[in-house]
Design a binder for this molecule. Structure first.
Ligand SMILES: NC(=O)c1ccc[n+]([C@@H]2O[C@H](COP(=O)([O-])OP(=O)(O)OC[C@H]3O[C@@H](n4cnc5c(N)ncnc54)[C@H](O)[C@@H]3O)[C@@H](O)[C@H]2O)c1
Length: 257
């Protein structure tokens, strides 16, 4: 199988609609050991259920903005697993008024929160993941982004700026980590019905019209993202780094916006 003998840390599962859930399930099917994190006690039962269902090796509570918690979780992974091959960053958040108010009404606090949670955590977590990947002779890091990083659309605002910072951070991490055979990439996904996506005003309109505006003429699913995530985690992609791969049915190439 493509991920035999791989140890993967996967963040960002809320429920079975989460993109990270589909990635974790496919990783298990391809032979990886999977470690899951969940944000806060309120998600414990749901994520424990998912961990049991897919056969995850461990689950840890983790608020990615809490540096002490990061040290604890990566320390525990080092103790229990000895190293890491794959890290999937599937974390994003912006306060509601940053999505509804337009970019000219962005607040310093809300904007900073969006960048802190959605972009900086890739850096703070990748630094710790890389230390565990070096003992395994290399690894693969991936994050999830959106075309709102490159082009403007309604109701994305601070999150678009945060995704632009995320994609840039991905490139700088790839630049620095390449010498240690650690690859860093991003999957740019089409609109997919998840808790995070539904919090974007007008998301369902965008979702419902998506099929008429992309080449494949259908919506994209979490399962569609899981395949490329398996590829990026596997040795099949060992020469790919610093790249955004679009999982959007061709939407990014289309002029039918
Ligand atoms: N669904 C889409 O349409 C879409 C499109 C492109 C990119 N993405 C990206 O995919 C990623 C996963 O989102 P999703 O759509 O699966 O939604 P989701 O709501 O299922 O997942 C988002 C996750 O981020 C986690 N998170 C937020 N703040 C956190 C923090 N401080 N510490 C730890 N975890 C935190 C949440 O707990 C949640 O599990 C996000 O980066 C999102 O921007 C989603």
């Amino acid at each position: 199988m493509l991920l035999d003998n791989k140890i993967a840390l996967i963040t960002g599962i809320t429920n079975e609609y989460s993109i990270a859930y589909h990635i974790a399930s496919s990783y298990r099917e391809q032979g990886a050991q999977v470690i899951l994190t969940y944000q806060g006690q309120r998600l414990h039962d749901a994520v424990q259920k998912i961990a049991d269902k897919i056969g995850a090796a461990a689950i840890f509570e983790l608020d990615a903005t809490d540096e002490a918690a990061l040290d604890n979780v990566f320390g525990a992974i080092e103790q229990q697993f000895g190293g890491l091959d794959i890290f999937v960053h599937a974390i994003a958040f912006a306060p509601k008024n940053e999505l509804t108010g337009g970019i000219t009404n962005a607040t310093r606090e809300g904007f900073s929160t969006a960048v802190d949670v959605s972009s900086y955590t890739l850096i703070s977590m990748s630094k710790r993941a890389a230390a565990l990947m070096r003992v395994r002779g290399g690894g693969s890091i991936m994050t999830l982004t959106y075309i709102g990083a490159e082009r403007a659309l309604p109701s994305y605002n601070a999150m678009g700026c945060a995704k632009a910072a995320l994609e840039s951070a991905m490139q700088y991490l790839a630049f620095e980590m390449g010498a240690n055979k650690i690859r860093v990439n991003a999957l740019s996904c089409a609109p997919i019905k998840t808790v995070a996506a539904r919090s974007i005003p007008g998301f369902m309109d965008m979702y419902n019209s998506f099929g008429s505006r992309c080449f494949l003429q259908r919506n994209i699913t979490g399962q569609d993202v899981a395949g490329p995530a398996v590829f990026l985690g596997s040795d099949m992609s060992q020469a790919i780094t610093g790249t955004v791969i679009y999982v959007d049915g061709g939407f990014h190439s289309s002029a039918m916006m």
